[in-house]
Design a protein around this ligand. Structure first.
Ligand SMILES: [Zn+2]
Ligand SMILES: [Zn+2]
Length: 363
């Protein structure tokens, strides 16, 4: 990408870097000062000396990274470092997820992190922030990605769960343990039956509840004494349980996966699940365009996702557009079952769908 001498954010081998402020945003190698947009594993890594993040995200960050040195700031609160004013603004992606606004010498840049424009009860709603240059994600940056309103998706999930419960089959619903799992919990009709969650999900639930987010009661498998009740249960677990000994505790379960990637029939087939619910924590194509337009930015830099498609489209609209190469998302793909569970929808990117070569299949 063509760089300007006065750029407020540049790409470096350690991550996105603000030269005048001497700090990084979501760096992938250990650094002194890291501003963290959100606690998904590819954005919030261990090993930095000092973290700055939204106060809303501190509980989840600590649940995932342990006892880090983190300064939590309120929404819109200005922190000045070396003459650079930094503030965080809600990104609507997961609890505490932030866009980073950087102001220096009369110029304003915003780094989006991951974002979603449709509001939901588990995190603060996306806030458009005016800027000269907007650094946007593009996880679902293709015109085929258009989400239904989430209420419609939750109605489908409830109907599936209810039918399974009436047939005496557990409903195993897989989704990432941070963000998606809590959104599922907050969105389903909890009166249909008991809700069982995997051990990777409950510590994150705790952080959400401590942040004041209302979630229905959840149980571990061991807590459900009445085994007949398990046959009516909704079981929420990370994708890594598929085919594992853990999931065999729910014999004859109907299984499903909740992800934006379920928009692709091929992705669902490769997953080998009974049902795919198209529910994403990222903006769809219209959402990305709406968010970009709302910033008023004349320059846009695209990160992880479909950079080439998005850059070309933005240039056709007369904007100056380029891309940053980052280490978000992709490298997590295929790591399922390892020590670090892949987090975020980007982790589930179907092989071959990276960058410029979308192999989308319409439903
Ligand atoms: Zn991301
Ligand atoms: Zn994320």
């Amino acid at each position: 990408m063509r760089e300007h001498r006065e750029d407020l954010v540049v790409e470096t081998p350690s991550g996105l870097y603000c030269p005048p402020g001497d700090f990084y945003i979501d760096p992938w190698r250990p650094v002194d000062r890291a501003v963290i947009t959100h606690a998904h594993a590819d954005h919030a890594r261990a090993g930095h000396r000092h973290y700055l993040a939204s106060a809303r995200s501190v509980g989840v960050l600590r649940a995932r990274l342990g006892d880090i040195e983190v300064q939590g700031v309120g929404w819109g609160e200005r922190v000045v470092h070396r003459g650079v004013a930094v503030s965080l603004h809600p990104a609507g992606h997961v609890l505490g997820s932030a866009q980073v606004r950087i102001e220096h010498a009369g110029r304003v840049w915003v780094v989006s992190g991951d974002y979603r424009v449709e509001a939901d009860p588990t995190c603060d709603a996306f806030e458009p922030v005016r800027c000269d240059c907007f650094v946007t994600e593009s996880t679902f940056g293709l015109p085929i990605y258009r989400w239904q309103p989430q209420q419609a998706v939750f109605a489908q999930i409830d109907a599936w769960w209810r039918a399974n419960a009436e047939a005496g089959r557990p409903s195993l619903l897989m989704g990432y343990s941070f963000g998606k799992a809590q959104r599922l919990l907050a969105g389903v009709e909890a009166s249909i039956g008991p809700i069982v969650v995997h051990g990777a999900v409950e510590p994150i639930n705790r952080a959400y509840r401590e942040a004041g987010i209302a979630l229905p009661p959840t149980h571990s498998v061991a807590q459900v004494q009445d085994k007949a009740a398990l046959r009516r249960a909704l079981v929420i677990a990370p994708p890594s349980v598929q085919g594992s000994a853990w999931s065999r505790r729910f014999p004859e379960a109907s299984d499903a996966f909740a992800s934006g990637w379920m928009r692709l029939r091929g992705a669902r087939r490769r997953r080998g699940v009974d049902r795919g619910f198209v529910l994403s924590d990222h903006a769809d194509w219209p959402g990305l365009l709406e968010a970009i337009a709302a910033t008023g930015a004349q320059r846009v830099i695209v990160t992880h996702g479909y950079e080439a498609v998005m850059v070309r489209w933005l240039q056709q609209q007369g904007l100056e557009a380029g891309a940053f190469r980052t280490e978000y998302g992709d490298e997590q793909f295929g790591a399922e079952g390892g020590a670090v569970e892949p987090q975020g929808d980007a982790a589930a990117r179907p092989v071959g769908a990276a960058g410029t070569g979308p192999q989308a299949e319409e439903e």
